[in-house]
Design a protein around this ligand. Structure first.
Ligand code: EPU
Length: 346
């Protein structure tokens, strides 16, 4: 089988930070069979296995010269109507996320409205368990179909097997690194009760005079908030939130909140057997350190949201990574809290 491979490919159009990295070889796979052929041809073997690329919206290409890269470009959507008011909506990993969300809503299947306008492809959504405005993909995910990049065999992982956490899943840990997500299946509902308790979302709906929103109205409100606060990657390179909101233990949170009463903090869901934790706002701490709107060369921090690092034009991956490190150091010194980077660094 002939594979679609380009040598010395420029990855500029393949990452939303707009970094001009080059891949020694770029393979664009549009079917499972092509991915399996890539396995056979050794793309994922050896000391430098190929990197996997979806929409490139959660990757910082720090190195300007990369080895082999496989872009997962599988397309296709199927709705299977179940007899309990739900549908199992399955879609291929390469489907762009936002158009998919709007399509499900257009078909009358609710559940993804809070996750509107997130950049990237479907296959990447379970990896970091995307979340926004009170909903995470794990809330509606039924299962994922994966291919083993060593054997080429496909299998299905249930939601539990994905071991989701806040911006976390098995796919980010060593034991899940051999999987390539090829399809994602979600259980969506007709006329589901929309979730809009998230303060920003509630304010947005109130201001629009909407008291009992339907799913589409929630999506539209989310889109307006995101357009106001987060830069459009097509206009200004970025990967959304650059850091996770730190999860800290209750006593540490109490001490920190005594010192900084304005620090936004939320109780985090408690995992069985673990001490209660508190999620604190990374954006607020970065903002307090004065980074919002900062710019050095073409690497900077967004003027509307301190958690978003931007590439104004020609910043290098290294300059972006250096800025992130300077922010981390500053927050650690001032608040004693470590910020963990959210995107994957190549
Ligand atoms: N804030 C500041 N300064 C800022 C921005 C925000 O002080 O410059 C404060 C606000 O006052 C607010 C708090 O930070 O109280 C939280 O801000 P926001 O509602 O924007 O949410 P976030 O915690 O910064 C998270 C996600 C976003 C998601 C929003 C909405 C993470 C790492 N980020 O951001 O996800 O859209 O909540 O649910 O959890 C992404 O992952 O790329 C992403 C954009």
């Amino acid at each position: 089988m002939l594979l679609n491979v380009r040598r010395e490919a420029c990855l500029l159009p393949y990452n939303t930070l707009g970094l001009a990295a080059h891949a020694e070889a770029l393979l664009e796979a549009s079917s499972i069979e092509q991915l399996q052929e890539a396995v056979k041809q050794g793309w994922f073997a050896g000391p430098d296995p190929a990197y996997l690329l979806g929409g490139g919206s959660n990757i910082v290409m720090r190195s300007s010269k990369l080895g082999r890269v496989v872009k997962v470009g599988l397309l296709g959507r199927v709705i299977e109507v179940l007899d309990d008011g739900h549908a199992l909506v399955r879609a291929a990993a390469g489907e762009p996320w936002h158009p998919f969300v709007m399509w499900t809503l257009g078909q009358g299947w609710d559940g993804l409205e809070n996750l509107a306008l997130i950049p990237g492809t479907l296959g990447a959504t379970p990896v970091q368990n995307i979340g926004a405005y009170g909903v995470e993909i794990k809330d509606v995910l039924d299962h994922v179909k994966v291919m083993d990049r060593i054997t080429g065999q496909t299998t299905t992982l249930t939601r539990d097997e994905c071991a989701f956490g806040y911006r976390d899943s098995i796919f980010k840990r060593p034991q899940g690194q051999h999987w390539v997500i090829v399809e994602v299946a979600m259980r969506l509902k007709r006329g589901a009760e929309p979730r809009y308790a998230y303060a920003d979302l509630q304010t947005e709906l109130n201001q629009a005079g909407i008291t009992a929103p339907n799913a589409l109205e929630v999506a539209q409100a989310v889109i307006r908030i995101r357009q106001r606060k987060l830069p459009d990657p097509a206009q200004l390179g970025n990967v959304g939130s650059f850091f996770k909101n730190p999860l800290i233990d209750q006593p540490e949170a109490t001490a920190l909140l005594r010192k900084y009463p304005k620090l936004p903090a939320w109780p985090a869901p408690q995992a069985a057997g673990f001490a209660p934790q508190v999620k604190i706002s990374a954006a607020w701490m970065i903002d307090q350190c004065g980074w919002k709107g900062y710019r050095k060369g073409d690497a900077g921090v967004h003027t509307q949201h301190a958690l978003v690092i931007v590439n104004h034009a020609k910043a290098s991956g290294q300059q972006i990574a250096d800025l992130a490190q300077a922010i981390q150091r500053d927050v650690e010194q001032r608040f004693g809290v470590h910020l963990e980077a959210e995107p994957v660094i190549w």
